[in-house]
Design a protein. Structure first.
Length: 111
C-alpha cells in the first residue's frame, strides 16, 4: 500500500490522510492569514499534488510526476474540486488529473 503525507502550510502534516482530513485542511486554508497551501506527497515515488489559495479566492493546482517534472493546471479550482482531486490522488486513482490542461513548469532540481 502506498503511503501519503498531507503537509499543511509547511507545518502540520497528516500521515495517510482520509477524505475527512483532506476536506478539513482545504476548508481551513485562509490566504488572508499568510501562506495557504497543501502538499500531498506520495512517499515511495516522489510524486506530489499541491494546492494554494482558499475557498474565497479559489485554488491553483500543481503536481510533480515520478520523473520530477512539474506541471500547473491552466485554471483555478473550487474547494470541493480540490478535495475530490486530493482524495483521488491519495487513493492512487489517476482520475485526479483528468479534465484539465496542464502547463509544463520544468524539472525539479535535486538538492
Amino acid at each position: 500500500m502506498k503511503r501519503y503525507t498531507l503537509g499543511i502550510c509547511g507545518g502540520v502534516s497528516v500521515e495517510n490522510p482520509t477524505e475527512r482530513d483532506i476536506r478539513e485542511a482545504v476548508f481551513a486554508l485562509d490566504s488572508r492569514e499568510g501562506d495557504a497551501f497543501l502538499i500531498l506527497d506520495q512517499l515511495e515515488d516522489g510524486t506530489f499534488l499541491q494546492a494554494s489559495g482558499d475557498r474565497d479566492v479559489g485554488f491553483e493546482l500543481a503536481h510533480q510526476d515520478s520523473t520530477s517534472q512539474q506541471f500547473r493546471a491552466k485554471r483555478d479550482f473550487s474547494a470541493g474540486e480540490i478535495v475530490r482531486k486530493f482524495t483521488s490522488f491519495s487513493q492512487g486513482n489517476p482520475d485526479w488529473k483528468n479534465g484539465m490542461e496542464w502547463e509544463f513548469l520544468g524539472k525539479a532540481e535535486m538538492a
